[in-house]
Structure formats: C-alpha cells, structure tokens
Ligand binder design. Structure first.
Ligand code: 5GP
Length: 114
C-alpha cells in the first residue's frame, strides 16, 4: 500500500467518515465537501492515477461505479442528479495520487466545468 493519505485511511491510521466498505472498495466523505453530498470512492488496490489502470482492473473500476450509484440512491440524489469525477494529474487538479471517484450531489453543477 502506498503512502498516500488514502492509504492511511484504508489502514485506519487516520480517521474518515466511512460510508461503504467491502474487500476491494472503500468510500468515505470528502473532508472539504464541494457539494452537500461529496463522497470519495476508492479501490483498496493502490492505483495512482487513471493512467495506471490496467486491463485486469476493469472489474474493479466497474465496481467503483456500482458502489457510486448505490450510494447516490442511499444519499437521495439518484433522481435529482449527481456528478461522478476522476481527476487525472495536474491540469485536472489531482491532489491525492490514489485513484478516487468523486460522487457529488445535492446541488446543481455547471457544464462545462471551470
Ligand atoms: P483530487 O483533487 O485528488 O481529485 O481530490 C482529492 C480529494 O481528497 C479532495 O476533494 C480533498 O478534499 C480530499 N481529501 C484530501 N485529504 C483528505 C483526508 O484526509 N480525508 C478526506 N476524507 N478527504 C481528503
């Protein structure tokens, strides 16, 4: 496991408000929410960026989206709408180099993004 802040959350070395966990996936509330609902869904496997996703990771990446849609329903934004985002590298503003899917909801979002 790499030494990112999310690795520390997986290993319970730092606290997080965890909303979902299974053998492969963890989801927790973002510490600096950009919307009323802002959850990060991460693979426990250390994948630094979207560029590092391998063919063999396809089921795992699919599972991130399955967890996301379940959480969207659980948190009541499945019908109102939500945004799923993966930032990759510096132009996208990636800050934590452990792949994560942002689930954002509870307000309207503009398109295109800024
Ligand atoms: P990125 O910009 O890499 O796509 O997003 C990283 C996200 O992780 C940011 O939204 C940031 O607020 C969140 N984050 C950074 N450190 C922590 C932390 O220690 N705990 C939690 N829950 N979220 C964090």
């Amino acid at each position: 496991m790499g030494d990112t802040i999310f690795g520390k959350i997986i290993r319970r070395e730092i606290p997080a408000d965890i909303v979902y966990e299974d053998e492969e996936v963890l989801a927790f509330k973002d510490i600096a929410p950009q919307a009323p609902i802002h959850i990060l869904i991460i693979p426990k496997k250390e994948i630094p960026t979207a560029n590092d996703i391998q063919e063999e990771d396809a089921p795992l990446i699919g599972k991130l989206f399955i967890v996301a849609k379940k959480l969207a329903k659980e948190f009541g934004v499945d019908e109102s709408g939500y945004r799923l985002v993966i930032n990759c590298n510096k132009d996208a503003g990636q800050a934590v180099y452990h792949l994560h899917l942002h689930l954002l909801g509870g307000r309207k979002f503009t398109w295109p993004p800024g």
